[in-house]
Design a protein around this ligand. Structure first.
Ligand code: PAF
Length: 315
């Protein structure tokens, strides 16, 4: 099965490595320095299940062969433009996995595909919640810092993308990537969004690893954001008790204590962050129902203002 991974950040590179090790021809579209390093020395995974893997690294989507499945692993701020390019290159899109953090991801991708190729992609887009802790260390090298899992909607629960979902269940499972199937993926996506809304902005603003959020004053700031995110989730129809939300926060902060969150990694690189797809979407849901979330609004504004200033600004 020919696979295309579009987006060679930490998650995309790791998935390309694991899927190529399972025997699939994998093409990974990467930035030139990362692609050159992979072509020269292979793609090295350090940490959990280490090794050197050999997906073919491409500089450009135009070089990609028609794939049987796509893993669209670009960051949320590149999602609309990458989806449009993908749909123009392959108008009959094969099953496509969307493992991004954040909310409203399918809406963005579907709209971009419809605008670029005039196609309705509902039956091929497979949304997933991903918790594999991984960092891009440098060109050609990623670090996996624990096990994690990919959560997918159980194909047996139906829906237009059930065949596409079944394909990814098999692919990921055979590549040794832990997969969990749920009937209510929306609730899982909100659960992940709550965790990201509490952890990512605070780690990015203060430039601290996830584990520091278990200590004051960061814990208080993270909990304030978590409560606001729970409020938005409830407005969207997903109730999370304080006990459940706190337990999730605590578990993830402990399990990923040494990690720099993805939002902090983006800030370190001077790239835009995913704050709009996480805290911005949470705020949008609440405001649409007449509720303001002042702490969430404040972090969205502060993080938007850090873009481009990341390398020089003190924490
Ligand atoms: O975005 C991230 O960094 C991750 O989703 C998480 C779970 C917060 C761990 O760092």
């Amino acid at each position: 099965m020919k696979l295309l991974v579009l987006g060679a950040g930490a998650v995309g590179s790791l998935l390309a490595a694991r899927l190529s090790a399972a025997g699939h021809p994998v093409e990974l579209v990467a930035r030139p320095d990362h692609a050159d390093a992979i072509r020269a020395r292979g793609l090295r995974v350090v940490g959990t299940s280490p090794g050197t893997f050999h997906p073919s690294a491409l500089d450009d989507l135009a070089e990609a062969a028609p794939p049987d499945a796509v893993l669209l692993t670009v960051k949320t701020f590149d999602l609309a433009s990458a989806s449009g390019r993908l749909a123009r290159r392959f108008p009959r899109l094969p099953p496509t996995l969307l493992p991004q953090n954040g909310l409203g991801i399918e809406r963005t991708v579907e709209a971009a595909i419809r605008a670029s190729a005039g196609e309705d992609a509902e039956a091929v887009l497979v949304r997933a919640s991903n918790s594999i802790p991984v960092t891009l260390v440098g060109p050609g090298v990623v670090r996996q810092a624990g096990v994690g899992e990919i959560v997918l909607r159980d194909p047996a629960s139906g829906g237009p993308a059930r065949d596409a979902a079944a394909l990814f269940v098999t692919l990921l499972d055979r590549a040794g990537i832990p997969v969990r199937l749920v009937d209510d993926l929306e609730r899982e996506l909100w659960r992940k969004a709550l965790i990201n809304a509490a952890i990512n902005p605070v780690t990015a603003l203060h430039r601290v690893p996830n584990g520091r959020l278990l200590e004051l004053p960061y814990r208080e700031e993270a909990t304030g954001l978590l409560r606001e995110a729970q409020r938005a989730a409830a407005l969207a129809g997903f109730e999370f008790s304080d006990r459940e939300a706190d337990a999730d926060f605590e578990r993830v902060a402990r399990a990923t204590a040494e990690n720099r969150s993805s939002m902090l990694q983006d800030r370190d690189r001077g790239r835009p962050t995913e704050v709009d797809a996480i805290s911005g979407e949470i705020l949008r849901v609440a405001v649409a129902q007449g509720v303001d979330l002042p702490r969430t609004r404040a972090v969205v504004e502060r993080l938007r203002a850090t873009v481009g200033a990341a390398r020089t600004e003190p924490s």
